[in-house]
Design a binder for this molecule. Structure first.
Ligand SMILES: [Zn+2]
Length: 226
């Protein structure tokens, strides 16, 4: 059987009876040969790996190239470990960029086009950081989805204050979860979200109420164990 991108072949096999978490009993059955997703939305995610430059990329001096087979494999493995609420928001394209404006930057995302660019430094990071980087970029997309109430709750919990002199201005908190969180509330949100995605303990230590905020708004799916 020929499966598509992001899918894997499941051979015909006998599935033993088992009990779902809900208590529902599933009886023994024969599962016919079929293709299944490797992880949630793996078809969408893996077919979004694109060679060349994204359409209308504003940074004209940046260069784009082709994904190598081993780089594709790395992305596939990192993505497979991300929580569902991140995988639910797949980008329009993931591009392989060279010569970033900021040489140390591992990745960047564009809210308008929903493109993610992965640069060379990404590949020298350890696995967990690579997963965090992808979650972080998706975090920027998620920030755009937030309701006014959610933004206001996040702002209060993270400690951003409003300065109303001449213009409405947000002032960053004294303590931030990552240095560049001071850049903007959007950046701070993406930084908190990457911790929630992959290091709940780290977020709990920094700000336990923030962990609750994320748990309430972005519950992690509990996977059925077979
Ligand atoms: Zn960011």
């Amino acid at each position: 059987m020929k499966c598509g991108i992001g899918e894997t072949e499941v051979r015909e096999h006998v599935r033993k009876s088992y009990q779902k978490k809900s208590g529902e009993a599933v009886s023994k059955s024969i599962v016919t040969e079929h293709c299944r997703e490797i992880f949630k939305k793996s078809k969408e995610w893996l077919s979004s790996l694109k060679d060349g430059a994204p359409l209308n990329w504003p940074l004209k001096r940046e260069k784009f190239g082709k994904w190598t087979i081993s780089e594709r494999k790395i992305l596939e493995e990192r993505l497979s470990l991300l929580p569902d609420f991140v995988l639910d928001r797949n980008p329009s394209g993931i591009y392989r960029g060279f010569l970033s404006r900021n040489l140390e930057n591992p990745a960047i995302s564009n809210n308008e086009t929903k493109a993610i660019i992965i640069y060379d430094p990404f590949f020298s990071e350890i696995e967990l950081l690579q997963q965090k980087i992808i979650s972080h970029e998706v975090g920027h997309f998620i920030f755009r989805e937030l309701t006014t109430e959610q933004i206001s709750e996040f702002r209060k919990l993270s400690g951003w204050s409003v300065e109303r002199n001449q213009v409405y201005k947000l002032v960053p908190p004294i303590q931030v979860i990552a240095e560049d969180s001071r850049d903007s509330i959007d950046e701070d949100f993406a930084n908190n979200l990457e911790f929630y995605s992959l290091d709940e303990e780290g977020l709990k230590k920094f700000n336990p109420k923030m962990l609750n905020f994320f748990k309430n708004n972005f519950p992690k799916a509990h996977k059925e164990i077979r």
